[in-house]
Structure formats: structure tokens, C-alpha cells
Ligand binder design. Structure first.
Ligand code: ZN
Length: 157
């Protein structure tokens, strides 16, 4: 496996990343799910299995965000689980866009910045392009999971 640059995890943002890495939220698997997707990044051995259970109103009622690999993906998966809970899939897609904008170094509008919660800490990864992939892998799982969920819905009509 190639050696990837280490992101320095000091300061307030670093502490937040280490906290989620050491105490990951939303790890237990769900018995049943409406959305499920697995992604793998062979460059650093990162893996994510995302499961989402929707309620009758189409909101994210339960989420399982299981990851293995580096500290960046494990912390992102945990933070993502926290911000997505209770959201509609439309809101989840908006958060995905906001997070990608943050990782591109764009300034966030006043609405989406607070919505990202602990995820704002991930901006420390911006200087390390190969590690940005680690932070985006859980979101890729979300996008692909939502996409196949949508096409499944369309097929049922
Ligand atoms: Zn990684």
C-alpha cells in the first residue's frame, strides 16, 4: 500500500476528528434498510458500508455508517451519520454539495455552514489532495445509494 501523507490532527478541528475516530457514532448495522451502498478505496484500504432506513415521510430515521481504514474516513463516516439523521434525501443531497464545496475550498453560505456540524473540521484535509478522497468516500456511498434507491422507486411505478 502506498504511503499517504499524514494530516496533522492538532488544534480544535484535529481534536474533533480524533474524537470521532476514537468514538465513532452510528456503527451498529441495521437489520433492514432502504438505501445501502459499499465503497472501497484501494489506495489506503478505506471501506465504507452505508445503510439508511427511511420513515414514512421519507426522512432518514436510522443510519449505519460502518467504515474501516484511516482516521479521516472513519471520522468522516461518523460525522456524516450524525448530520444526516432526521434529514430528507433532498437535504442529504444539499449537505453532500456543501461538504464537497468545503473540500474544494469554497466559502460556504450562511445556511449550509452550520448544517455541516462537526464536518467543518475536515477542512484541515484540503491541503492533502490524496486524502480528500478519504473524506469523500462516505459521500460517494451516499450518492450511489440514493441514486439506486431513486431508480428502484421509478421502476416500481
Ligand atoms: Zn484513507
Amino acid at each position: 500500500m502506498p504511503q499517504l501523507p499524514d494530516v496533522p490532527l492538532n488544534g480544535l478541528y484535529g481534536a474533533s476528528i480524533m474524537d470521532h475516530y476514537r468514538n465513532p457514532r452510528h456503527r451498529p448495522p441495521l437489520a433492514s434498510s432502504d438505501i445501502e451502498c459499499e465503497e472501497f478505496n484501494p489506495f489506503c484500504g478505506d471501506r465504507i458500508i452505508l445503510q439508511i432506513k427511511l420513515d414514512d415521510a421519507g426522512r432518514i430515521a436510522q443510519i449505519s455508517s460502518r467504515s474501516e481504514g484511516c482516521s479521516i474516513i472513519q471520522a468522516t463516516a461518523s460525522m456524516m451519520g450524525e448530520v444526516l439523521l432526521g434529514k430528507s434525501l433532498e437535504q442529504a443531497a444539499a449537505l453532500d454539495h456543501a461538504f464537497r464545496a468545503l473540500m474544494r475550498g469554497e466559502s460556504l453560505d450562511q445556511e449550509s455552514a452550520p448544517e455541516l456540524g462537526d464536518l467543518v473540521a475536515m477542512q484541515v484535509v484540503r491541503e492533502y489532495p490524496v486524502r480528500i478522497k478519504c473524506a469523500l468516500l462516505p459521500w460517494l456511498a451516499l450518492e450511489e445509494g440514493m441514486e439506486s434507491h431513486e431508480s428502484g422507486q421509478a421502476g416500481r411505478d
